[in-house]
Ligand binder design. Structure first.
Ligand SMILES: *[C@@H]1O[C@H](CO)[C@@H](O)[C@H](O)[C@H]1NC(C)=O
Ligand SMILES: [Zn+2]
Length: 545
């Protein structure tokens, strides 16, 4: 049980605000504070610039751990540089990220989506950047994987939030226009508190409960939506709010009087995928009711610790290049190919295509709809990558994509690697996989016996070898071969087999181990940017829905 403090826009009034907070803190001993909205505001007047200097110089005392995100305005450059250098603005003042998650030491989970959603056709190059104040809908969707959160902070209001409410707005104020994807994030994460800052007045509607799910018909998760007024507002509207919350308390089975049903439209299309994602989470991290207790081994990591789950706060987000509805794309950490391996590309081109659902195999995605849409979107990414590679390389490169599917695995994904089409044409790629398998006394490759790739049964290693066609060629995907190496659950299989084969074939043996191919952050970012630039026109996730 802990009491925390929420503050509205501070707009650079650090001295005044944190002096007040320090006085309160002596009596109240808050666990932490959150600034909802703009800590800095525009930060352009002389007084504001002086306040920023004082803050960065450590001349302002922040009396307790204080977290902030992005509001309406981007974070000032000087502050960005300080955060990048030291991870904090000054002692006790931490940036969660425009889109981010954080678990406080009290165990309270905070998710943020600051800034404003980009409107149709707005193609600001800074969209989705960590310190910027514009995001896309797919960026918002990437928060779905967070599953549950205690506190959600968004600058914007969820669409429809004033519906079903009897609470009048103060002084003839008008509610800001809400945003559908913020409503979707709220409905999906079901936070206990949702704080916002877009309106310049205090507003708290009745708590509302989310429609119970099929799995948990009795659980009525309650959300309290509160918009904080800015500090220094002329009419004395509330800009500080203290709340007491115990993240371990069970969800009460009765709802307080005045509570309404959720005014937010349901996220119909997303439901199947999310439910099965949640099932995955329960199965791996808490649920012991389904898994037999035969082997006393540590359970595989759940989504919070899994390095392929977007909900993992430690995931390297700067290598994410595209997020779709059911899958996302990243550059590979420690890529096999180097930035100059394929001069026509200008970046390594070693990519990962990863489902948003946390599941070790396709067939263990319980919901057939979600399984189908996940597989289909991963294929869509693979084909889009092929199109990009073909175009950039003037048809001199094809690709190899491989998957290790094991029931005791963690989070299924595909590795994608461009490869010279000459090698493919001569049959050398296929031979390389077969010879290495033979050397290791692995089972023999077969062709897939299944027309539907999403339902390939059992444990296996699968590889797609894809040959480009010339611009006037027959089919868009070129010619393609799918090979399957069937595995039994207890078979000792080298998870690096695909990389090992390709390293030998491309004479990159010294890069066999990805851990020895680490790049500097700068080089990673440069490769990501070069890739994004080339992929832009093939990236379907950037299209409006
Ligand atoms: C910080 O405080 C010191 C000592 O009072 C003062 O000399 C300095 O000018 C201040 N720096 C800023 C940027 O306010
Ligand atoms: Zn995962």
């Amino acid at each position: 049980m802990s009491t925390s403090l929420v503050l509205g826009n501070v707009n650079c009034a650090f001295q005044q605000v944190f002096t007040k907070v320090a006085k309160l803190q002596i009596k109240q001993n808050f666990a932490f504070a959150i600034v909802v909205g703009d800590l800095f505001g525009e930060g352009t007047s002389e007084e504001e610039l002086n306040q920023i200097s004082a803050l960065l110089a450590g001349n302002i005392t922040i009396p307790l751990p204080t977290y902030f995100s992005v509001g309406k305005h981007p974070i000032p450059t000087r502050v960005v540089e300080k955060i990048q250098a030291d991870d904090e603005v000054c002692p006790n003042l931490y940036f969660i990220g425009r889109r981010g998650t954080l678990k406080t030491s009290e165990g309270i989970r905070i998710a943020t989506l600051g800034g404003e959603v980009a409107t149709d056709g707005q193609s600001d190059p800074n969209i989705n950047k960590r310190f910027h104040s514009l995001y896309t809908e797919s960026d918002a969707r990437s928060l779905y994987g967070v599953h549950d959160t205690d506190i959600l902070i968004t600058h914007e209001w969820p669409k429809g939030i004033t519906g079903r409410s009897q609470v009048p707005l103060s002084d003839d104020k008008v509610a800001p226009e809400g945003v559908q994807c913020v409503a979707d994030v709220c409905s999906t994460l079901k936070p206990r508190y949702h704080f916002s800052s877009k309106a310049d007045f205090f507003y708290e509607r009745e708590p509302f409960f989310h429609v119970p799910t099929d799995e948990n018909p009795d659980v009525k998760s309650l959300t309290r939506f509160i918009n904080m007024a800015p500090y220094g507002n002329p009419v004395g509207q509330k800009w500080m709010y203290a709340f007491t919350y115990d993240p371990k308390a069970p969800i009460p089975d009765t709802v307080p009087t005045g509570t309404t049903v959720s005014p937010l439209a349901s996220v119909a299309k997303k439901r199947p995928a999310l439910e099965s994602q949640k099932e995955g989470f329960q199965r791996f991290s808490r649920g012991d009711n389904e898994r037999p207790h035969k082997r006393a081994r540590r359970p595989p990591p759940g989504p919070g610790e899994c390095f392929f789950c977007l909900s993992n706060p430690n995931i390297a987000t700067h290598i994410i290049t595209s997020i779709g509805n059911d899958a996302y794309l990243t550059t590979a950490k420690g890529p096999l190919t180097k930035t100059d391996t394929y001069p026509l590309l200008g970046f390594p081109g070693h990519m990962l295509i990863i489902p948003l659902i946390h599941s070790p195999t396709f067939t263990s995605i319980a919901d057939p709809e979600a399984r189908k849409s996940t597989y289909a979107e991963m294929q869509r990414y693979r084909i889009a990558l092929n199109d990009m590679v073909r175009e950039k390389s003037k048809s001199s490169l094809g690709s190899v994509t491989w998957e290790v599917s094991r029931g005791n695995g963690i989070h299924v994904h595909w590795q994608y690697l461009p490869v010279a089409s000459d090698l493919i044409a001569k049959g050398l790629v296929e031979a390389a996989f077969k010879v290495e398998a033979e050397n290791l006394q692995y089972p023999k490759f077969t062709s897939s016996s299944n027309d539907d790739g999403a339902n390939e049964i059992g444990d296996y290693f699968r590889v797609w070898i894809s040959q480009p066609v010339t611009e006037d060629g027959e089919s868009k995907g070129g010619s393609e071969k799918v090979l399957i190496l069937p595995l039994t659950p207890d078979f000792r299989f080298d998870l690096q087999y695909g990389r090992r084969v390709m390293a030998k074939l491309l004479r990159l043996e010294q890069r066999m181990d990805w851990r020895e191919c680490g790049q500097s952050m700068e080089d990673e970012v440069a490769d990501v940017e070069a890739f994004k630039d080339a992929f832009k026109k093939h990236d379907f996730s950037l299209e409006e829905e």
